[in-house]
Design a protein around this ligand. Sequence first.
Ligand code: NOJ
Ligand code: CA
Length: 550
Amino acid sequence: MARKNQLAGDSHWWRNAVVYQIYPRSFADANGDGIGDLAGIISRVDYLASLGIDAVWMSPFYPSALADGGYDVDDYMDIDPRIGNLDQFDELVEKLHSNNIRVFVDIVPNHSSDRHEWFQEALAAKPGSPERDRYIFRDGRGENGDLPPSNLASHFGPEGWTRTPDGQWYMHLFTKEQPDFNWDNPEVEEYFLKTLRFWSDRGVDGFRIDVAHALKKNLDPLPDRDSYALSVMKDDGTDPLFDRDEVQDVYRQWRKVFNEYDPPRVAVAEAWVHPHRRPPYASEEGLGQAFNFDLLASGWNAEQFKNVISDNIAMSDQTGSSSTWVLSNHDVIRHATRFAIPGYGLSPDSFDLENQWYVNHRLDHDLDLDMGLSRAKAATLLMLALPGSSYIYQGEELGLHDVVDIPSEQMQDPQWFRGEGKFKSRDGCRVPLPWEASGPSFGFGPGGSHLPQPKWYADVAVSVQEADSSSTLALYRGALKLRRELYTSDELQWLDVKPGLLAFRRSPSWICVTNFSDEPIEISGEVILASAEITGNLLPANATAWLSSL
Ligand code: NOJ
Ligand code: CA
Protein backbone atom coordinates (compact mmCIF):
# COMPACT_ATOMS: atom_id res chain seq x y z
CA MET A 1 0.00 0.00 0.00
CA ALA A 2 1.37 3.38 -0.96
CA ARG A 3 1.99 5.58 2.04
CA LYS A 4 0.20 8.92 1.92
CA ASN A 5 2.77 11.56 1.18
CA GLN A 6 2.48 14.32 3.76
CA LEU A 7 3.54 16.80 1.12
CA ALA A 8 1.02 15.80 -1.56
CA GLY A 9 -0.51 18.52 -3.68
CA ASP A 10 2.22 20.63 -5.26
CA SER A 11 3.45 18.88 -8.39
CA HIS A 12 5.86 21.66 -9.35
CA TRP A 13 7.89 21.80 -6.16
CA TRP A 14 11.03 20.50 -7.90
CA ARG A 15 11.24 23.26 -10.52
CA ASN A 16 13.20 25.69 -8.39
CA ALA A 17 14.07 23.49 -5.45
CA VAL A 18 17.37 23.81 -3.61
CA VAL A 19 18.47 20.24 -3.01
CA TYR A 20 21.10 19.38 -0.39
CA GLN A 21 23.19 16.29 -1.10
CA ILE A 22 23.94 14.07 1.88
CA TYR A 23 26.75 11.54 1.60
CA PRO A 24 25.34 9.34 4.38
CA ARG A 25 28.58 7.74 5.55
CA SER A 26 30.08 11.16 6.20
CA PHE A 27 27.24 13.31 7.50
CA ALA A 28 26.63 12.38 11.15
CA ASP A 29 27.38 9.24 13.14
CA ALA A 30 25.00 8.43 16.00
CA ASN A 31 26.55 5.23 17.35
CA GLY A 32 30.23 6.14 17.26
CA ASP A 33 31.49 3.47 14.85
CA GLY A 34 32.99 6.15 12.62
CA ILE A 35 30.42 5.71 9.86
CA GLY A 36 27.58 8.15 9.35
CA ASP A 37 24.11 6.66 9.74
CA LEU A 38 20.39 7.35 9.44
CA ALA A 39 20.07 7.96 13.19
CA GLY A 40 22.77 10.62 12.76
CA ILE A 41 20.83 12.28 9.95
CA ILE A 42 17.62 12.11 12.04
CA SER A 43 19.45 13.89 14.86
CA ARG A 44 20.42 16.69 12.45
CA VAL A 45 17.07 17.34 10.75
CA ASP A 46 16.80 20.61 12.67
CA TYR A 47 20.07 21.71 11.11
CA LEU A 48 18.80 20.76 7.64
CA ALA A 49 15.61 22.71 8.27
CA SER A 50 17.63 25.71 9.47
CA LEU A 51 19.42 25.86 6.12
CA GLY A 52 16.21 26.62 4.27
CA ILE A 53 16.58 23.83 1.69
CA ASP A 54 13.67 22.25 -0.16
CA ALA A 55 14.93 18.68 -0.41
CA VAL A 56 17.74 16.33 0.45
CA TRP A 57 19.28 13.80 -1.91
CA MET A 58 20.95 10.90 -0.17
CA SER A 59 23.79 9.13 -1.95
CA PRO A 60 23.52 5.32 -1.68
CA PHE A 61 22.82 3.84 1.76
CA TYR A 62 22.19 0.32 0.48
CA PRO A 63 24.03 -2.79 1.69
CA SER A 64 27.40 -2.64 -0.05
CA ALA A 65 30.98 -3.81 0.26
CA LEU A 66 31.96 -0.22 -0.59
CA ALA A 67 34.10 -1.07 -3.59
CA ASP A 68 32.89 2.28 -4.94
CA GLY A 69 31.56 4.24 -1.96
CA GLY A 70 28.19 2.47 -2.03
CA TYR A 71 27.64 2.80 -5.80
CA ASP A 72 28.12 -0.97 -5.74
CA VAL A 73 24.68 -2.03 -4.49
CA ASP A 74 24.06 -5.50 -3.00
CA ASP A 75 20.33 -5.02 -2.48
CA TYR A 76 18.32 -2.15 -3.92
CA MET A 77 15.47 -2.53 -1.46
CA ASP A 78 17.28 -2.44 1.85
CA ILE A 79 19.57 -0.32 4.02
CA ASP A 80 23.15 -1.17 4.94
CA PRO A 81 22.94 -2.41 8.56
CA ARG A 82 25.92 -0.17 9.37
CA ILE A 83 23.80 2.79 8.25
CA GLY A 84 20.44 1.80 9.70
CA ASN A 85 17.26 -0.02 8.81
CA LEU A 86 14.01 0.56 6.96
CA ASP A 87 12.14 1.67 10.09
CA GLN A 88 14.72 4.41 10.60
CA PHE A 89 14.41 5.33 6.96
CA ASP A 90 10.65 5.77 7.39
CA GLU A 91 11.22 7.84 10.51
CA LEU A 92 13.69 10.05 8.65
CA VAL A 93 11.33 10.61 5.71
CA GLU A 94 8.55 11.49 8.08
CA LYS A 95 10.69 13.90 10.04
CA LEU A 96 11.98 15.59 6.89
CA HIS A 97 8.49 15.86 5.45
CA SER A 98 7.16 17.39 8.62
CA ASN A 99 9.84 20.04 8.16
CA ASN A 100 8.75 20.55 4.56
CA ILE A 101 11.87 18.90 3.17
CA ARG A 102 11.48 16.43 0.31
CA VAL A 103 13.62 13.34 -0.17
CA PHE A 104 15.55 12.05 -3.18
CA VAL A 105 17.25 8.67 -3.14
CA ASP A 106 20.00 7.49 -5.47
CA ILE A 107 19.17 4.75 -7.98
CA VAL A 108 22.11 2.90 -9.53
CA PRO A 109 20.68 1.05 -12.54
CA ASN A 110 23.71 0.55 -14.79
CA HIS A 111 25.42 -1.97 -12.53
CA SER A 112 24.87 -3.85 -9.29
CA SER A 113 27.59 -5.05 -6.97
CA ASP A 114 29.17 -8.45 -7.50
CA ARG A 115 27.58 -9.48 -4.18
CA HIS A 116 24.06 -8.90 -5.52
CA GLU A 117 21.97 -12.08 -5.37
CA TRP A 118 21.54 -12.06 -9.16
CA PHE A 119 25.25 -11.80 -9.85
CA GLN A 120 25.97 -14.62 -7.44
CA GLU A 121 23.32 -16.71 -9.22
CA ALA A 122 24.90 -15.80 -12.55
CA LEU A 123 28.32 -16.97 -11.41
CA ALA A 124 26.86 -20.25 -10.16
CA ALA A 125 24.93 -20.82 -13.40
CA LYS A 126 26.23 -21.98 -16.79
CA PRO A 127 27.31 -19.83 -19.73
CA GLY A 128 24.23 -19.08 -21.84
CA SER A 129 21.85 -19.48 -18.87
CA PRO A 130 19.01 -17.06 -18.07
CA GLU A 131 20.89 -16.12 -14.87
CA ARG A 132 23.89 -14.95 -16.88
CA ASP A 133 21.68 -13.05 -19.29
CA ARG A 134 20.84 -10.47 -16.59
CA TYR A 135 24.44 -9.26 -16.92
CA ILE A 136 26.85 -9.06 -19.84
CA PHE A 137 28.81 -12.31 -20.05
CA ARG A 138 30.84 -13.22 -23.13
CA ASP A 139 33.48 -15.74 -24.16
CA GLY A 140 37.04 -14.48 -24.43
CA ARG A 141 39.11 -14.23 -27.56
CA GLY A 142 42.17 -16.26 -28.42
CA GLU A 143 42.63 -20.02 -28.59
CA ASN A 144 41.69 -20.63 -24.95
CA GLY A 145 39.45 -17.64 -24.57
CA ASP A 146 41.95 -16.06 -22.25
CA LEU A 147 41.94 -12.70 -23.97
CA PRO A 148 39.15 -10.30 -23.01
CA PRO A 149 36.19 -10.26 -25.44
CA SER A 150 37.13 -6.73 -26.57
CA ASN A 151 39.68 -4.06 -25.74
CA LEU A 152 37.58 -2.23 -23.23
CA ALA A 153 38.93 -0.04 -20.46
CA SER A 154 36.80 0.79 -17.43
CA HIS A 155 36.33 4.21 -15.85
CA PHE A 156 38.57 3.26 -12.98
CA GLY A 157 41.34 1.34 -14.66
CA PRO A 158 42.51 -0.57 -17.65
CA GLU A 159 40.16 -3.58 -17.67
CA GLY A 160 36.48 -3.38 -18.53
CA TRP A 161 36.15 -7.20 -18.61
CA THR A 162 36.87 -9.62 -15.75
CA ARG A 163 37.21 -13.38 -16.13
CA THR A 164 35.13 -15.77 -14.05
CA PRO A 165 36.46 -19.13 -12.75
CA ASP A 166 34.73 -21.04 -15.58
CA GLY A 167 36.48 -18.95 -18.20
CA GLN A 168 33.73 -16.55 -19.34
CA TRP A 169 34.14 -12.81 -18.94
CA TYR A 170 31.71 -10.12 -17.69
CA MET A 171 31.62 -6.46 -18.59
CA HIS A 172 31.97 -3.61 -16.09
CA LEU A 173 32.26 0.05 -17.02
CA PHE A 174 33.40 0.80 -13.44
CA THR A 175 35.21 -1.48 -10.97
CA LYS A 176 35.19 -5.26 -11.35
CA GLU A 177 32.90 -5.34 -8.30
CA GLN A 178 30.28 -3.43 -10.38
CA PRO A 179 29.06 -5.77 -13.15
CA ASP A 180 26.91 -4.02 -15.77
CA PHE A 181 23.30 -5.14 -16.11
CA ASN A 182 21.94 -6.28 -19.47
CA TRP A 183 19.20 -3.74 -20.07
CA ASP A 184 17.83 -5.75 -23.00
CA ASN A 185 16.61 -8.31 -20.49
CA PRO A 186 12.98 -7.66 -19.42
CA GLU A 187 13.69 -9.05 -15.95
CA VAL A 188 16.13 -6.18 -15.36
CA GLU A 189 13.52 -3.67 -16.52
CA GLU A 190 10.93 -5.15 -14.18
CA TYR A 191 13.32 -5.20 -11.26
CA PHE A 192 13.95 -1.47 -11.47
CA LEU A 193 10.26 -0.64 -11.87
CA LYS A 194 9.75 -2.62 -8.67
CA THR A 195 12.62 -0.72 -6.99
CA LEU A 196 11.13 2.65 -7.96
CA ARG A 197 7.75 1.59 -6.55
CA PHE A 198 9.36 0.24 -3.40
CA TRP A 199 10.85 3.65 -2.51
CA SER A 200 7.93 5.68 -3.87
CA ASP A 201 5.60 3.65 -1.65
CA ARG A 202 7.78 4.59 1.32
CA GLY A 203 7.13 8.25 0.59
CA VAL A 204 10.29 9.11 -1.36
CA ASP A 205 9.67 12.16 -3.55
CA GLY A 206 12.40 11.85 -6.15
CA PHE A 207 15.28 9.88 -7.58
CA ARG A 208 18.79 10.75 -8.68
CA ILE A 209 19.71 8.38 -11.49
CA ASP A 210 23.32 7.25 -11.57
CA VAL A 211 25.07 7.05 -14.98
CA ALA A 212 21.65 7.47 -16.58
CA HIS A 213 23.15 7.52 -20.08
CA ALA A 214 24.82 4.08 -20.00
CA LEU A 215 21.98 1.58 -19.61
CA LYS A 216 21.38 0.69 -23.25
CA LYS A 217 24.35 -0.65 -25.21
CA ASN A 218 24.96 -1.98 -28.68
CA LEU A 219 27.21 -4.98 -28.14
CA ASP A 220 27.27 -6.31 -31.67
CA PRO A 221 30.12 -6.03 -32.40
CA LEU A 222 31.58 -5.73 -28.91
CA PRO A 223 33.03 -2.25 -28.60
CA ASP A 224 36.66 -1.40 -27.98
CA ARG A 225 37.32 1.72 -25.91
CA ASP A 226 40.41 2.98 -24.20
CA SER A 227 39.20 6.39 -23.11
CA TYR A 228 36.10 7.88 -21.58
CA ALA A 229 36.82 11.36 -22.87
CA LEU A 230 33.63 13.08 -23.95
CA SER A 231 35.31 13.77 -27.29
CA VAL A 232 35.36 10.02 -27.92
CA MET A 233 31.63 9.60 -27.24
CA LYS A 234 29.44 9.98 -30.33
CA ASP A 235 26.91 12.75 -30.00
CA ASP A 236 24.16 11.45 -32.30
CA GLY A 237 22.62 8.66 -30.21
CA THR A 238 24.60 5.88 -31.88
CA ASP A 239 27.57 5.49 -29.54
CA PRO A 240 27.77 1.77 -28.66
CA LEU A 241 28.10 2.41 -24.90
CA PHE A 242 26.61 5.75 -23.95
CA ASP A 243 23.67 8.02 -24.55
CA ARG A 244 21.94 5.80 -27.10
CA ASP A 245 18.58 7.08 -28.23
CA GLU A 246 16.79 3.96 -26.95
CA VAL A 247 17.80 4.65 -23.34
CA GLN A 248 14.88 7.09 -23.36
CA ASP A 249 12.49 4.13 -23.81
CA VAL A 250 13.55 3.00 -20.34
CA TYR A 251 12.74 6.39 -18.86
CA ARG A 252 9.38 6.62 -20.61
CA GLN A 253 8.47 3.45 -18.70
CA TRP A 254 9.76 4.94 -15.46
CA ARG A 255 7.72 8.08 -16.04
CA LYS A 256 4.54 5.96 -16.02
CA VAL A 257 5.51 4.71 -12.59
CA PHE A 258 6.31 8.23 -11.33
CA ASN A 259 2.91 9.41 -12.50
CA GLU A 260 1.13 6.71 -10.49
CA TYR A 261 1.85 8.81 -7.40
CA ASP A 262 0.56 12.07 -5.98
CA PRO A 263 2.44 14.25 -6.43
CA PRO A 264 4.18 12.49 -9.31
CA ARG A 265 7.63 11.32 -8.30
CA VAL A 266 10.45 13.21 -9.94
CA ALA A 267 13.91 12.30 -11.12
CA VAL A 268 17.18 13.91 -12.12
CA ALA A 269 19.57 12.24 -14.54
CA GLU A 270 23.27 12.07 -13.95
CA ALA A 271 24.25 11.96 -17.60
CA TRP A 272 27.71 13.16 -18.59
CA VAL A 273 26.73 13.60 -22.23
CA HIS A 274 27.41 16.24 -24.84
CA PRO A 275 25.45 19.23 -23.53
CA HIS A 276 23.16 19.41 -26.56
CA ARG A 277 22.08 15.80 -25.87
CA ARG A 278 20.81 16.63 -22.37
CA PRO A 279 17.24 17.76 -23.18
CA PRO A 280 15.73 14.29 -23.80
CA TYR A 281 16.73 13.23 -20.28
CA ALA A 282 14.96 16.30 -18.93
CA SER A 283 11.78 15.84 -20.96
CA GLU A 284 8.39 15.49 -19.32
CA GLU A 285 7.99 12.03 -20.85
CA GLY A 286 11.35 10.99 -19.43
CA LEU A 287 13.14 11.65 -16.17
CA GLY A 288 12.08 15.30 -16.13
CA GLN A 289 15.37 16.88 -15.06
CA ALA A 290 19.05 16.39 -15.85
CA PHE A 291 22.11 17.59 -14.05
CA ASN A 292 23.91 20.38 -15.81
CA PHE A 293 27.56 20.15 -14.79
CA ASP A 294 28.67 23.05 -16.97
CA LEU A 295 29.07 25.53 -14.09
CA LEU A 296 31.08 22.93 -12.26
CA ALA A 297 33.39 22.72 -15.27
CA SER A 298 33.69 26.49 -15.71
CA GLY A 299 36.74 28.50 -14.82
CA TRP A 300 36.48 31.75 -12.85
CA ASN A 301 35.53 33.72 -15.89
CA ALA A 302 32.55 36.01 -16.53
CA GLU A 303 32.20 35.01 -20.16
CA GLN A 304 32.25 31.28 -19.43
CA PHE A 305 29.63 31.71 -16.71
CA LYS A 306 27.45 33.84 -18.96
CA ASN A 307 27.58 31.36 -21.85
CA VAL A 308 26.85 28.40 -19.60
CA ILE A 309 23.87 30.17 -18.04
CA SER A 310 22.40 31.36 -21.36
CA ASP A 311 22.88 27.99 -23.06
CA ASN A 312 21.29 26.07 -20.22
CA ILE A 313 18.31 28.36 -19.88
CA ALA A 314 17.76 27.98 -23.63
CA MET A 315 18.02 24.19 -23.29
CA SER A 316 15.51 24.04 -20.47
CA ASP A 317 13.14 26.16 -22.55
CA GLN A 318 13.31 23.44 -25.22
CA THR A 319 11.91 20.81 -22.86
CA GLY A 320 9.74 22.88 -20.55
CA SER A 321 11.81 21.56 -17.65
CA SER A 322 13.81 23.83 -15.41
CA SER A 323 17.57 24.06 -15.43
CA THR A 324 19.72 22.53 -12.72
CA TRP A 325 22.92 24.03 -11.35
CA VAL A 326 25.76 22.27 -9.55
CA LEU A 327 29.08 23.54 -8.23
CA SER A 328 30.13 20.61 -6.03
CA ASN A 329 29.29 16.98 -5.40
CA HIS A 330 30.89 13.81 -4.04
CA ASP A 331 32.82 13.15 -7.28
CA VAL A 332 34.70 16.38 -7.83
CA ILE A 333 37.11 18.71 -6.09
CA ARG A 334 35.04 21.02 -3.87
CA HIS A 335 34.50 24.37 -5.59
CA ALA A 336 36.32 26.33 -2.86
CA THR A 337 39.41 24.28 -3.66
CA ARG A 338 38.95 24.22 -7.44
CA PHE A 339 38.88 27.98 -7.54
CA ALA A 340 42.05 27.99 -5.43
CA ILE A 341 43.99 26.33 -8.26
CA PRO A 342 45.77 29.10 -10.15
CA GLY A 343 44.49 29.29 -13.72
CA TYR A 344 41.75 26.75 -12.94
CA GLY A 345 39.56 25.88 -15.87
CA LEU A 346 41.01 28.35 -18.28
CA SER A 347 41.88 25.54 -20.64
CA PRO A 348 39.27 25.33 -23.38
CA ASP A 349 39.22 21.56 -22.84
CA SER A 350 38.30 21.66 -19.21
CA PHE A 351 35.01 19.95 -19.95
CA ASP A 352 36.80 17.08 -21.64
CA LEU A 353 36.77 14.08 -19.32
CA GLU A 354 40.40 13.37 -20.19
CA ASN A 355 41.39 16.76 -18.96
CA GLN A 356 38.87 17.28 -16.18
CA TRP A 357 40.58 19.59 -13.79
CA TYR A 358 37.67 19.30 -11.43
CA VAL A 359 38.44 15.60 -10.99
CA ASN A 360 42.03 14.87 -11.67
CA HIS A 361 44.04 17.90 -10.74
CA ARG A 362 46.54 16.67 -8.14
CA LEU A 363 46.05 19.02 -5.21
CA ASP A 364 49.61 18.92 -4.03
CA HIS A 365 50.84 22.41 -4.77
CA ASP A 366 50.03 26.04 -5.49
CA LEU A 367 46.65 26.52 -3.83
CA ASP A 368 45.40 29.99 -2.92
CA LEU A 369 42.80 28.80 -0.42
CA ASP A 370 41.47 32.23 0.61
CA MET A 371 40.94 33.27 -2.97
CA GLY A 372 39.28 29.91 -3.62
CA LEU A 373 36.81 30.44 -0.79
CA SER A 374 35.98 34.01 -1.87
CA ARG A 375 35.29 32.85 -5.41
CA ALA A 376 33.32 29.87 -4.16
CA LYS A 377 31.02 32.05 -2.06
CA ALA A 378 30.60 34.44 -4.97
CA ALA A 379 29.82 31.57 -7.35
CA THR A 380 27.28 30.13 -4.91
CA LEU A 381 25.48 33.42 -4.48
CA LEU A 382 25.37 33.78 -8.24
CA MET A 383 24.07 30.22 -8.63
CA LEU A 384 21.35 30.73 -6.03
CA ALA A 385 20.09 33.73 -7.98
CA LEU A 386 19.57 31.67 -11.14
CA PRO A 387 16.21 30.37 -12.29
CA GLY A 388 15.79 26.63 -11.79
CA SER A 389 16.98 24.18 -9.24
CA SER A 390 20.32 24.23 -7.39
CA TYR A 391 22.09 21.24 -5.92
CA ILE A 392 24.43 21.87 -3.01
CA TYR A 393 26.76 19.32 -1.49
CA GLN A 394 27.13 18.74 2.25
CA GLY A 395 29.91 20.85 3.72
CA GLU A 396 29.92 23.53 1.03
CA GLU A 397 27.72 25.61 3.32
CA LEU A 398 30.73 25.61 5.67
CA GLY A 399 33.07 26.66 2.85
CA LEU A 400 34.96 23.40 3.27
CA HIS A 401 38.00 22.72 1.18
CA ASP A 402 39.01 19.30 -0.05
CA VAL A 403 41.19 17.50 2.46
CA VAL A 404 44.36 17.23 0.45
CA ASP A 405 46.63 15.29 2.77
CA ILE A 406 44.85 11.97 3.38
CA PRO A 407 47.60 9.34 3.52
CA SER A 408 47.39 6.89 0.66
CA GLU A 409 46.90 3.94 3.04
CA GLN A 410 43.74 5.59 4.39
CA MET A 411 42.22 6.33 0.99
CA GLN A 412 39.09 4.41 -0.01
CA ASP A 413 38.33 5.60 -3.53
CA PRO A 414 38.84 3.06 -6.34
CA GLN A 415 39.53 5.95 -8.69
CA TRP A 416 42.69 6.56 -6.67
CA PHE A 417 43.80 2.93 -6.54
CA ARG A 418 42.94 2.04 -10.11
CA GLY A 419 43.70 5.32 -11.78
CA GLU A 420 47.41 4.62 -12.17
CA GLY A 421 48.19 8.03 -10.71
CA LYS A 422 46.07 9.81 -13.34
CA PHE A 423 43.19 10.75 -11.05
CA LYS A 424 43.00 12.40 -7.69
CA SER A 425 41.12 10.61 -4.94
CA ARG A 426 37.50 11.64 -4.39
CA ASP A 427 38.00 10.95 -0.68
CA GLY A 428 39.14 14.55 -0.24
CA CYS A 429 35.55 15.81 -0.61
CA ARG A 430 34.03 12.92 1.35
CA VAL A 431 35.61 13.47 4.77
CA PRO A 432 33.03 13.43 7.63
CA LEU A 433 31.67 16.88 8.52
CA PRO A 434 32.88 18.97 11.47
CA TRP A 435 29.96 19.84 13.76
CA GLU A 436 32.00 20.97 16.79
CA ALA A 437 35.40 22.59 17.22
CA SER A 438 36.71 19.72 19.34
CA GLY A 439 35.93 16.14 20.37
CA PRO A 440 37.01 12.80 18.94
CA SER A 441 35.61 13.48 15.47
CA PHE A 442 34.70 17.18 15.64
CA GLY A 443 31.15 16.29 16.65
CA PHE A 444 30.64 13.94 13.69
CA GLY A 445 29.91 11.30 16.32
CA PRO A 446 30.99 9.98 19.69
CA GLY A 447 33.73 7.86 18.09
CA GLY A 448 36.22 8.35 15.27
CA SER A 449 35.83 9.10 11.60
CA HIS A 450 36.18 6.65 8.71
CA LEU A 451 38.39 9.14 6.85
CA PRO A 452 40.91 11.30 8.73
CA GLN A 453 39.72 14.83 9.52
CA PRO A 454 42.19 17.72 9.33
CA LYS A 455 43.12 20.03 12.24
CA TRP A 456 41.69 23.07 10.46
CA TYR A 457 38.20 21.59 10.92
CA ALA A 458 38.28 23.24 14.39
CA ASP A 459 38.00 26.66 12.72
CA VAL A 460 35.16 25.83 10.34
CA ALA A 461 32.89 23.61 12.44
CA VAL A 462 29.14 24.27 12.41
CA SER A 463 29.17 25.42 16.05
CA VAL A 464 31.88 27.98 15.29
CA GLN A 465 30.10 29.32 12.22
CA GLU A 466 26.73 29.47 13.97
CA ALA A 467 28.25 31.97 16.38
CA ASP A 468 29.58 34.17 13.57
CA SER A 469 27.21 36.28 11.50
CA SER A 470 29.85 36.73 8.80
CA SER A 471 30.45 32.99 8.33
CA THR A 472 29.91 31.02 5.13
CA LEU A 473 27.11 29.16 6.90
CA ALA A 474 25.37 32.44 7.71
CA LEU A 475 25.70 33.46 4.06
CA TYR A 476 24.06 30.23 2.82
CA ARG A 477 21.23 30.56 5.34
CA GLY A 478 20.71 34.22 4.47
CA ALA A 479 20.76 33.53 0.75
CA LEU A 480 18.31 30.64 0.93
CA LYS A 481 15.90 32.63 3.05
CA LEU A 482 16.02 35.66 0.77
CA ARG A 483 15.75 33.50 -2.35
CA ARG A 484 12.40 32.20 -1.12
CA GLU A 485 11.15 35.77 -0.76
CA LEU A 486 12.63 37.12 -3.98
CA TYR A 487 11.99 34.24 -6.37
CA THR A 488 8.79 35.17 -8.14
CA SER A 489 9.37 34.05 -11.73
CA ASP A 490 11.92 32.29 -13.95
CA GLU A 491 12.73 35.46 -15.93
CA LEU A 492 16.38 36.46 -16.22
CA GLN A 493 17.55 39.59 -17.99
CA TRP A 494 21.23 40.31 -18.59
CA LEU A 495 22.40 43.80 -17.64
CA ASP A 496 24.97 45.89 -19.40
CA VAL A 497 27.73 46.49 -16.86
CA LYS A 498 31.41 47.39 -16.60
CA PRO A 499 34.03 44.91 -17.84
CA GLY A 500 34.88 42.38 -15.12
CA LEU A 501 31.30 42.33 -13.83
CA LEU A 502 28.48 39.97 -14.72
CA ALA A 503 25.00 41.09 -13.75
CA PHE A 504 21.42 40.05 -14.31
CA ARG A 505 18.01 41.12 -13.10
CA ARG A 506 15.60 38.51 -11.76
CA SER A 507 12.72 40.74 -10.71
CA PRO A 508 12.26 44.47 -10.29
CA SER A 509 13.92 44.24 -6.90
CA TRP A 510 16.40 41.40 -7.35
CA ILE A 511 19.65 42.00 -9.18
CA CYS A 512 22.72 39.81 -8.94
CA VAL A 513 26.15 41.22 -9.75
CA THR A 514 29.47 39.36 -9.60
CA ASN A 515 32.95 40.82 -9.78
CA PHE A 516 35.12 38.28 -11.63
CA SER A 517 38.10 40.64 -11.76
CA ASP A 518 41.04 40.99 -9.38
CA GLU A 519 40.17 44.60 -8.47
CA PRO A 520 37.26 46.15 -6.57
CA ILE A 521 34.71 47.75 -8.92
CA GLU A 522 32.29 50.50 -8.08
CA ILE A 523 28.62 49.58 -8.20
CA SER A 524 25.48 51.52 -7.43
CA GLY A 525 22.27 50.31 -5.84
CA GLU A 526 21.19 48.98 -2.52
CA VAL A 527 22.96 45.81 -1.39
CA ILE A 528 20.68 43.26 0.24
CA LEU A 529 23.22 40.45 0.59
CA ALA A 530 26.87 40.04 -0.38
CA SER A 531 29.47 37.29 -0.33
CA ALA A 532 32.12 39.71 1.00
CA GLU A 533 32.15 42.87 3.03
CA ILE A 534 31.26 45.92 0.95
CA THR A 535 32.83 49.24 1.85
CA GLY A 536 31.38 52.33 0.24
CA ASN A 537 30.18 51.46 -3.22
CA LEU A 538 32.98 49.02 -3.97
CA LEU A 539 32.24 45.42 -4.81
CA PRO A 540 35.48 43.61 -3.86
CA ALA A 541 37.30 41.32 -6.28
CA ASN A 542 35.84 37.78 -6.43
CA ALA A 543 32.55 38.75 -4.82
CA THR A 544 28.82 38.69 -5.59
CA ALA A 545 26.15 41.04 -4.31
CA TRP A 546 22.38 40.90 -4.51
CA LEU A 547 20.93 44.36 -4.98
CA SER A 548 17.43 45.72 -4.80
CA SER A 549 18.19 48.22 -7.59
CA LEU A 550 21.10 49.18 -9.83
C1 NOJ B 1 28.56 8.29 -10.60
C2 NOJ B 1 28.68 8.43 -9.12
O1 NOJ B 1 28.39 9.76 -8.77
C3 NOJ B 1 30.07 7.99 -8.76
O2 NOJ B 1 30.37 8.28 -7.42
C4 NOJ B 1 30.23 6.53 -9.07
O3 NOJ B 1 31.57 6.16 -8.89
C5 NOJ B 1 29.83 6.20 -10.52
N1 NOJ B 1 28.65 6.90 -10.94
C6 NOJ B 1 29.58 4.73 -10.70
O4 NOJ B 1 28.38 4.35 -10.08
CA1 CA C 1 27.48 4.87 12.75
